[in-house]
Design a protein around this ligand. Structure first.
Ligand SMILES: C[S@@+](CC[C@H](N)C(=O)[O-])C[C@H]1O[C@@H](n2cnc3c(N)ncnc32)[C@H](O)[C@@H]1O
Length: 383
């Protein structure tokens, strides 16, 4: 947590950095042009971008922007050359002039587009080694680098030192104050391993989305997943004690199919009878279809008087990056379903897609269509 007893002063800068999935740079640029049209794109390498504020303007460390396609962002102070780890450490500490931070985040920009040659964005061994070196403060070592918490997972308000290995020997550095728009892990990259029993990598996609979203999901509740085959995400839900209705015409993995809390409806989302979903409180979707198809399918279930949902966790695929301009409209549509809080992010285990979550607090029991009809008839009679 932020140490308010010893506030650190801010180093002035007029630059802002973003790291994102390789290939998502144009999406980030478009989002920035909408949110901060007065800032100018300054520099980029695949997966890393900087923006410059207008002359005379300074960027505050607690700057927070609802960027869907940024996995990490913050103020950018510059770059140093690091021919060796030791030289990099000295150069960085000199630049930081005794500033203190709660956390240290060190990561590399993505090495490949997500999914190419089965590449999963993760922190590299080099990034881990730089982190270990920077955290190790020997007695009497000068200049000092002050990181108060060795654990890198940030909590709200933390002042985080960001070190990005744009090249192994070229470290860009900056800082952010952890807000709700930031991910808590270095570069938005968690070290979550794929469990040995997982039937697909989508296990991680769901596990991370649940951790990020903090949806108030409880053990024993029912959920449904549209597009559940082969079953990685369903497994992550089952492992958290949920009962799952998987909806997909394609085959499920036997490990998932045989789970006592799993029910398979071998159907398309459009063929499901709403009464078969009466028990569900959460709706997940991960279908390889156009965004409007996913949104129509979710809306169809939400509108049914037979289903009382607390929230949704859906993946929206962007088959073409040009669809980025439609993203605000997709989110507006989700808000229009009566969810006070809607969050959207392209997470570490997302491919060319992003995750949307939304939930509401439990309200009075929903009325069935029959109850609504009776009530309106009674109203007409007494009028
Ligand atoms: C990315 S995969 C889902 C991965 C799955 N969530 C997992 O964790 O293993 C996309 C799935 O969407 C399914 N799908 C496509 N259109 C669908 C529809 N209209 N209704 C249900 N499933 C659909 C496909 O059959 C495919 O299995």
């Amino acid at each position: 947590m932020q140490d308010t007893s010893a506030p650190s002063h801010e180093l002035p800068t007029s630059f802002f950095f973003v790291t994102c999935q390789r290939g998502a740079e144009s999406a980030v640029k478009w989002e920035m042009s909408q949110l901060r049209p007065e800032w100018h794109f300054a520099f980029s390498r695949p997966g890393f971008l900087t923006f410059k504020l207008p002359p005379g303007a300074e960027l505050a460390e607690n700057t927070s922007l609802p960027l869907v396609f940024a996995r990490a962002f913050g103020v950018c102070w510059g770059k140093i050359k690091a021919p060796t780890l030791a030289e990099g450490k000295v150069a960085l500490a000199k630049e930081l002039k005794g500033e203190a931070f709660e956390r240290l985040h060190v990561w590399n920009r993505d090495l490949l587009p997500a999914g190419d040659f089965r590449y999963e964005p993760r922190r590299s061994e080099e990034a881990m080694e730089v982190e270990r070196t920077l955290l190790l403060q020997e007695d009497g070592e000068e200049p000092t680098l002050t990181i108060k918490q060795p654990d890198s997972t940030a909590t709200l308000g933390d002042r985080v030192l960001d070190v990005i290995l744009v090249e192994p020997d070229e470290w860009w550095y900056g800082c952010h104050r952890m807000t709700g728009a930031h991910l808590p892990w270095p570069g938005g990259l968690s070290g979550m391993p794929l469990p040995a029993h997982a039937v697909a990598r989508t296990y991680l996609k769901m596990a991370q989305a649940l951790e990020w979203s903090k949806l108030p999901i409880k053990e024993g509740q029912w959920c449904a997943e549209l597009g559940s085959s082969p079953g990685g995400a369903s497994q992550a839900l089952l492992d958290r004690g949920l009962s799952v209705i998987g909806i997909d015409p394609a085959e499920m993995a036997p490990e998932v199919l045989n789970h006592p809390q799993f029910v398979w409806l071998q159907k398309r989302s459009t063929q499901v009878r709403k009464r078969d979903l009466r028990k569900i409180r959460w709706l997940m979707a991960d279908m390889n279809v156009a965004p409007s198809y996913t949104l129509d399918a979710v809306e169809g279930i939400l509108e049914s008087s037979q289903v009382r949902l607390r929230g949704i966790l859906i993946t929206i695929k962007l088959p073409d990056w040009k669809l980025i301009e439609e993203v605000p409209g997709y989110l507006e549509r989700v808000r229009s379903w009566g969810f006070p809080k809607v969050s959207a992010k392209q997470l570490q285990f997302n491919r060319q897609e992003f995750t949307v979550t939304a939930f509401r607090n439990p309200g009075p029991p929903a009325q069935s269509r029959y109850q609504r009809k009776r009530r309106s008839k009674r109203g007409r009679r007494t009028a």
